[in-house]
Design a binder for this molecule. Structure first.
Ligand code: NAD
Ligand code: LMR
Length: 328
């Protein structure tokens, strides 16, 4: 017997990430090839955006996806998030050349307050929320704080693109396949302060740190390359990353929903005090997922350099959070 359809809400559905994301969700790449989905698509009320959304929905129709059990267009999160099981909050203003994520903070704070309140009011009580729109960690924090009746752990921010970027750099450096890399993680904020950490990583059981054996490369090539990759893509494309961001969103939700088989992945999740990160800070941590729940990998040793890097990204996140406190 086929499974009951689940409801997947996507905001910013007519944007560039939306265009790279929706077809993959509808084809079963996110929640499994046996899981029908109903797409609840949200765009701003603007006529042009709604018209573009209709066009995307026409294309979704034309794919005749067997798993696409329904589709709705919305401009109000109070209707768009009704009974939703998975919410991918993508819609926000993307960063242009020369802008930092912090610049986008107040414009986006309003969006995520309204969306958090709507999720609180109408979404499934088990809704899994992924915030992609930047500044992703702080937007996720705002949505979480605006939804007091939902469990805080249901709100997450996307660090998976950073994780995937780090994996890809390590694969290129070592000449080993990406799929062979285990126990990699990225700590902190989805911003250039993030700390991509391969101290625990292994390839076929061998330590990546020993394989690479080049601390200068770690500090002066790897970390800046991963940290500034978003800006490098904007510089090259004139637009922020979209297909790779959509891919990371699929990876994040799939792993959360279907499990990682013990493999570590990185998710931005509210801290419970792990590694001295203050409660509720939406922080990138190594996690494993099983049975629809994520679990922070605990007890890892943090050396002096790593602690310094973690402190820098934490400080930035705390400043962002302080900057929006008056809106909560
Ligand atoms: P885009 O401008 O192409 O699309 C965004 C869409 O969101 C637009 O169609 C816009 O009308 C819509 N939108 C804006 N406010 C909305 C709201 N309140 N409700 C519903 N829809 C709304 O942008 P994009 O390239 O798709 O990027 C979207 C966001 O994702 C940006 O904030 C970008 O910086 C961020 N991003 C994050 C990561 C990450 O790793 N976390 C990676 C890449 C991009
Ligand atoms: C990215 O990492 O590609 C996105 O967050 C876009 C950006 O602004 O860097």
């Amino acid at each position: 017997m086929s499974k009951k359809p689940v409801r997947v809400a996507v905001t910013g559905a007519a944007g560039q990430i939306g265009y790279a994301l929706l077809f993959r969700i509808a084809s079963g790449e996110m929640l499994g090839k046996d899981q029908p989905v109903i797409l609840q698509l949200l765009e701003i009320p603007d006529e042009k955006a709604q018209k573009a959304l209709k066009g995307v929905m026409m294309e979704l129709e034309d794919c005749a996806f067997p798993l696409l059990a329904g589709m709705e267009a919305h401009s109000d999160p109070m209707t768009g998030f009704k009974d939703t099981d998975y919410a991918l909050l993508v819609g926000a203003r993307p960063r242009g050349p020369g802008m930092e994520r912090k610049d986008l903070l107040s414009a986006n704070a309003q969006i995520f307050t309204a969306q958090g309140k709507a999720l609180n009011a109408v979404a499934s009580r088990n809704v899994k929320v992924l915030v992609v729109g930047n500044p992703a960690n702080t937007n996720a924090y705002i949505a979480m704080k605006s939804a007091p009746d939902l469990p805080a752990k249901n709100f997450t921010a996307m660090l998976r693109l950073d994780h995937n970027r780090a994996a890809s750099q390590i694969a290129a450096k070592t000449g080993k396949p990406v799929s062979s890399i285990e126990k990699l993680c990225v700590w902190g904020n989805h911003s250039p302060t993030m700390y991509a950490d391969y101290r625990f990583a292994t390839i076929d059981g061998q330590s990546v740190k020993e394989l690479i054996n080049d601390e200068d490369w770690n500090r002066n090539v790897f970390l800046p390359t991963v940290g500034k990759r978003g800006a490098a893509i904007i510089e090259a494309r004139g637009l922020s990353s979209a297909a790779s961001a959509a891919n990371a969103a699929i990876d994040h939700m799939r792993d959360w929903a279907l499990g990682t088989n013990g493999k570590w992945v990185t998710m931005g999740v509210p801290s419970n005090g792990e590694y001295g990160i203050p409660q509720e800070t939406m922080f990138g941590f190594p996690v494993t997922c099983e049975g629809g729940e994520y679990k922070i990998v605990e007890g890892l040793p943090i050396d002096e350099f790593s602690q310094e890097r973690i402190n820098i990204t934490l400080k930035e996140l705390q400043e962002e959070q302080d900057g929006v406190k008056h809106l909560l």
